[in-house]
Write a protein that binds this ligand. Structure first.
Ligand code: IPM
Ligand code: MN
Length: 374
């Protein structure tokens, strides 16, 4: 069996961590009797600066022929913030309709957590982040008098809502961003969360801000309740996003599956990463169960560490295990996760973020060695 897997090393430290991910996945493949053929796509800052192209329709179509993409990181200080992130990373999440962003928050043995008196049995939940809607839809703008008529209308109506005023002086300028969620979009991701909970400890926590942003998140909450009715065995709770950041720190053991709209999911998973030992250990999967999914560490391209062979590759290797699992290679995936666990428990080979001085490639070598010997 040969799996063809597009790989996008990307920017900054992306190529270094992806190299280790490939190494470990190839080892697991070899051991379990299958092959991976990597198809490399050099998307990212260099490609953009050279050609002016982010990702072409043609490339997207090509990528869409595969079930899983392996991604390093996107983002580069030579390019204005947001251009590459929106033009490549978010473009792919949206194009492939990867509506589930699965982010496990699991403290492995041997890893230090900043949470006092909490251990691996307390920190083991999964965040299911909605990945295609909310404030990420890219609708918004700035409006100022004297620009187009439409701008002026938007501005007037928003000012009217806010202040009951009709303002059209030239000095006034506003910016606005529209968040949108759909019944279908919420239903499918919340349903995924409940299904996942059925395989775990049967508890789902919803995240919203229905007390203030009540149109958008009141709707989310309503749909959550609707979906929940079909899962009588699953217990639920509702959390305002501000409060859940507090509970993640104080009582992480309460959580099993946490389902969140896109932006809140983004925010709380950086916190989740910290309580599981740092961004160097946090993997993510952008899933479309019927289409093309994409696997990546949740951290960024860390440009200041580029080329130093210093960054922790474990988040990327772990994302690789999720990729194998997605392809149906469960035993190989399990071996990779077990090898990660073993390497952290033994603690001989660790990068600087975990208090060690090993290099990126030494960690990759060690995990590959453990996969082979398991
Ligand atoms: C993430 C990142 C992205 C996001 C950025 C880089 C667009 O923060 O994957 O969490 O906001 O989703
Ligand atoms: Mn993020």
């Amino acid at each position: 069996m040969i799996y063809k897997v597009p790989v996008i090393p990307g920017d900054g430290i992306g190529p270094e961590i992806i190299a280790e991910g490939r190494k470990v996945l190839e080892t697991a493949a070899d051991k379990h009797g299958f092959d991976i053929e990597w198809i490399e796509y050099p998307l990212g800052a260099d490609h953009y600066l050279r050609t002016g192209e982010l990702v072409s329709e043609e490339t997207l179509k090509e990528l869409g022929r595969y079930r899983a993409i392996y991604l390093g990181a996107i983002g580069d200080p030579r390019v204005k913030p947001g251009v590459l992130e929106k033009g490549i990373l978010l473009a792919m999440r949206f194009y492939f309709d990867q509506y589930i962003n699965l982010r496990p928050v699991k403290l492995l043995e041997g890893v230090w957590t900043p949470l006092k008196d909490k251990g691996p049995k307390d920190i083991d939940f999964v965040v299911v982040r909605e990945n295609t809607e909310d404030f990420y839809i890219g609708q918004g703008g700035r409006a100022r008098s004297g620009r187009s008529h439409a701008d002026l209308e938007v501005k007037r109506s928003l000012y009217n809502v806010k202040f009951g005023l009709d303002i059209d002086s030239d000095s006034d300028e506003i910016a606005y961003q529209i968040g949108m969620v759909s019944r279908e979009g919420c239903t499918r991701v919340i349903k995924y969360a409940f299904d996942l909970a059925m395989e775990r400890r049967k508890h789902v926590s919803s995240v919203d801000k229905a007390n203030v942003l009540s149109d958008i998140y009141g709707f989310w909450r309503e749909i959550f309740e609707d979906v929940g009715k079909s899962y009588p065995e699953v217990t639920t709770d509702f959390n305002f996003v501000d409060a859940i950041t507090m509970w993640f720190v104080k009582n992480p053991e309460w959580f099993d599956v946490v389902v969140a709209p896109n932006m809140f999911g983004d925010i709380i998973t950086d916190l989740g990463a910290m309580i599981q030992g740092g961004l160097g250990l946090a993997p993510g999967a952008n899933l479309n169960p019927e289409g093309t999914s994409m696997f990546e560490p949740i951290h960024g391209s860390a440009p200041k560490y580029k080329g130093m062979n210093k960054i922790n590759p474990i988040a990327t290797i772990w994302a690789g295990a999720m990729l194998l699992e997605h392809l149906g290679e469960k035993e190989a995936a399990q071996d990779v996760v077990r090898a990660i666990e073993l390497s952290l428990r033994e603690g001989r080979v660790r990068t600087y973020d975990l208090g060690g001085s090993s290099t990126t490639s030494e960690v990759g070598d060690e995990i590959a060695r453990l996969v082979r010997n398991l």
